[in-house]
Write a protein that binds this ligand. Structure first.
Ligand code: THU
Length: 388
């Protein structure tokens, strides 16, 4: 098997990538042959697609500023992450882990490397359509495959490996179940990420820095090409070992959006309120440091003092799930006036962060926003007790 790098000029927004690759191959006396697999880097594709954004053109929302502060990121980049991802699963300083169309990406696939100063490259908008198109344009009747390649780390492993974002002309995953191992045992769960492995091979020659090699031809791979041009298969979060083990496989739902998204989640939580005595239903959605959201409604009682507000019910869920730091809470009720947390709830929340952003919303979704420390000034906290 051979891996032949294709060196090109710098690819710019609006460039016809297939054309550029063809020219570069001609210059290098490289011609595609039947059975060749062309791997193209996703950041090059995204740049050609015009997915370059200058950060000075981005206006961060209040929620983006809040999340940026907590994850130690540029608020403008955080704004793009919120826009580009379906969910934020969690994060560490500098990186948030996001879900986009069923796959995990650091920072929603937004890249600062290989982008002009002051700009970032977003994830390509249509990697599969581009893979199909490049295959058609460059194949010219020859049987070739095209893979759009990216790189990724695996949990606890240092360094990136190749991963395919889209693949045309090849089955991205080969089902090896039913084959036999060296001792004749039947393989039960083995599937081969063929396209990912090919991207890793290509990256040996493509590099990730200033090499200027955004594509590579893989020749004589012991594989059979196909007509397949389907999205890369994924597994649902609840069946994923990593997501399941980290408690991200199912509810509580990860955060996805700005204040409005949190208010929506509070409204959702309000559906579970039990308020037969006052008839006043309240919902609270508490955004944890992990990026997950814990929702609850108020729970009343015939003995009125035994009731619990939505905020404290949500807090109980969250703390019982191991979450002890919070970024924000949205509270919504069946009233025209925004629901403001009662004194007891303010005190309970204060225990877990004086900086919590409190989003007080009415049934129409209009909101007042305040910091918890402004709602409960000079609060009594653990610091007031000498020995803590
Ligand atoms: N309530 C809350 O759940 N949260 C608030 O912030 C204000 C009040 C509930 C408690 C009670 O079940 C009902 O609203 C009426 O007081």
């Amino acid at each position: 098997m051979q891996v032949l790098g294709i060196k090109t000029d710098l690819i710019k927004p609006g460039d016809d990538l297939a054309d550029k690759l063809e020219k570069a191959m001609n210059d290098a006396d490289l011609a595609l042959q039947d059975g060749d697999i062309l791997v193209v880097s996703e950041s090059t594709l995204a740049t050609a697609e015009g997915r370059l954004v200058y950060l000075e053109d981005v206006e961060p929302s209040p929620m983006a500023r809040l999340m940026a502060e907590r994850y130690e990121k540029d608020p403008r980049e955080m704004q793009l992450i919120l826009e580009e991802s379906d969910q934020i699963v969690g994060g560490i300083p500098g990186v948030v882990l996001t879900l986009r169309e069923g796959f995990l990406y650091p920072n929603a696939g937004i890249d600062n490397s290989n982008a002009p100063p002051g700009s970032v490259v977003l994830f390509p908008s249509h990697p599969l359509a581009s893979a199909r198109q490049i295959r058609e344009r460059l194949g010219k009747g020859r049987n070739i495959a095209v893979i759009i390649g990216d790189s990724r780390t695996h949990p606890l492993r240092l360094g990136c490996v190749g991963v395919a974002l889209a693949c045309a002309g090849l089955d991205a995953v080969e089902d090896a179940r039913g084959q036999r191992d060296l001792f004749g045992r039947e393989l039960k769960i083995t599937r081969k990420a063929v396209a990912d492995n090919l991207v890793s091979a290509a990256q040996i020659v493509m590099g990730e820095g200033d090499e200027g090699i955004p594509a590579a031809i893989i020749r004589d791979a012991p594989l059979r090409l196909s007509e397949s041009a389907e999205p890369i298969p994924s597994i649902p979060p609840q069946d994923c070992m990593y997501m399941g083990a980290l408690g991200c496989g199912s509810s509580p739902r990860p955060y996805a959006g700005g204040y409005d998204a949190l208010i929506e989640q509070a409204k959702e939580a309000m559906k579970g309120a039990y308020a037969p005595y006052s008839g006043f239903k309240v919902g609270a959605a508490l955004l944890g440091r992990s990026g997950r959201i814990y929702g609850a409604g108020n729970i009343e009682n015939a003995a009125s003092g035994a009731g619990i507000c939505a905020e404290r019910a949500a807090l109980a869920r969250a703390v019982a799930s191991g979450e002890k730091e919070f970024l924000a809470v949205a509270v919504v009720g069946t009233s025209d006036k925004p629901v403001s947390p009662c004194g007891l709830c303010r005190q309970s929340l204060m225990e877990f962060g004086e900086d919590i952003t409190v989003i007080m919303s009415n049934s129409a979704g209009e909101a007042m926003v305040a910091k918890l420390s402004d709602l409960l000034p000079a609060a009594f906290t653990g610091r007031c007790i000498n020995h803590i």
